[in-house]
Structures are given as structure tokens and as C-alpha cells.
Ligand binder design. Sequence first.
Ligand SMILES: Nc1ncnc2c1ncn2[C@@H]1O[C@H](COP(=O)(O)OP(=O)(O)OP(=O)(O)O)[C@@H](O)[C@H]1O
Ligand SMILES: [Mg+2]
Length: 195
Amino acid sequence: MQAWEGSSESAEATRRIGEALGRLARGGDVVALSGPLGAGKTTLVQGVARGLGLGAAAVVSPTFLYVREVKGGRLALYHVDAYRLVGRAGPGEAAGFLEELGLSHYLRSGGLTVIEWPEPILDALPADHLRISLDWVEDDPSGERRQVRVEAWGERHEALAARLAAELGWRPARAGAGGGQAGGRGDQAGERDGL
Ligand SMILES: Nc1ncnc2c1ncn2[C@@H]1O[C@H](COP(=O)(O)OP(=O)(O)OP(=O)(O)O)[C@@H](O)[C@H]1O
Ligand SMILES: [Mg+2]
């Protein structure tokens, strides 16, 4: 595993991170996108759509669906939101949830899969994948700054993350910093609008 850290100063800056990812992605790539409610996960996916040659408007929060398939870009984009599974996952249940979402089909389809609230299914994802965590920054009067941490697991996604980090000027993560995932807080389940 290799890790990098960066930051975003605005929603548009987060979209640009996603856009670079969309441009660099290859079919079969898998991105787990963590972070608390409202951190900017869907905003980043809008940038991914842009990087794939789709309009950012093609991406909306898939609150009432688990998977939205966005076609018409360089690669099909499978936008997954596993929020409603958060807090339901017990040990060893990830593979079952993956099936429940029909996700194994999408993971084999040669598109780009981006998963918001991936924690319930993280253990069942392909070993080679990228994890991006967005989180708030303390003492930020603007409310628009986010810290971004990227962890790349496996050869393919380490190569992808290295290119992304070079393009965005990210620094390698300090050893032990970040502590893995932001978000994935089961106690937030049910707070989101419309659920
Ligand atoms: N630096 C930033 N990056 C991303 N979004 C930002 C930033 N600063 C402000 N915002 C705003 O924060 C909001 C993020 O909403 P978004 O739906 O992307 O969050 P989310 O993480 O997907 O939330 P949810 O957990 O409900 O899915 C948007 O209104 C966006 O404009
Ligand atoms: Mg979202």
C-alpha cells in the first residue's frame, strides 16, 4: 500500500481532483470514496464524470439507488452509494452486501466503479483498488477546505495514484498519519435527507 496526502480549497478544486482521476482511469478500476456526510464525495464523482468526457451534471447523489450507471463517456461510470448499508455490516458480511448490490457484475464490466460509503463492502472489493478519503480541516473559517488522503492497494492502483499525485502535486503520506479511512461512521446512519 502507498499513500499520499493533498488538499482541496473549494468544490471546484475537488471536481478537478475527480477530473484528473477520470482522465487517468482504465476499465476495471475501482475507487472507494470515504468521508463524512457532506464532505464532497459526490462532488468529486462529478469531476470524474467530467474527466471521462461526460457533463458533471450527469452525476447526482444516488440516494435512492445503490448503483447508477452513467454511459456515454470514455468508460462507463458505475457510481455506487452504500450509505444505507452503513451500520448494518457485521464481520464477514461484505461479500453478501456486494451480491445484494449486484456489484460483482459491475466490477467485471470494464467500467470505472466509484463507491461512496464503501465501508460495508470494503472487505469484498478487489485487492487492487484505490481509497480516497475526504475530510474537513480544523479551524477553517471558509468551511470549504478539505484534506484528501489517497491509499493505493495493488500494482495497478499504485501506478494510477502515483500519476494522480504527480499531476496534483500531492505529497507522500507521513508514516502512520491519517489512520486509514475518514468517515464510515455508523452512528451517522439515518441522518441523511430522504432516508
Ligand atoms: N472543498 C470542497 N470539496 C467538495 N465539496 C465542497 C468543498 N467545499 C464546499 N463544498 C460543498 O460541500 C458539499 C458537498 O456535497 P456532496 O454531496 O459532494 O457531499 P457527499 O460527501 O457526497 O455527501 P453524502 O455523504 O451525503 O453523500 C457541496 O455543496 C459542495 O459545493
Ligand atoms: Mg454523496
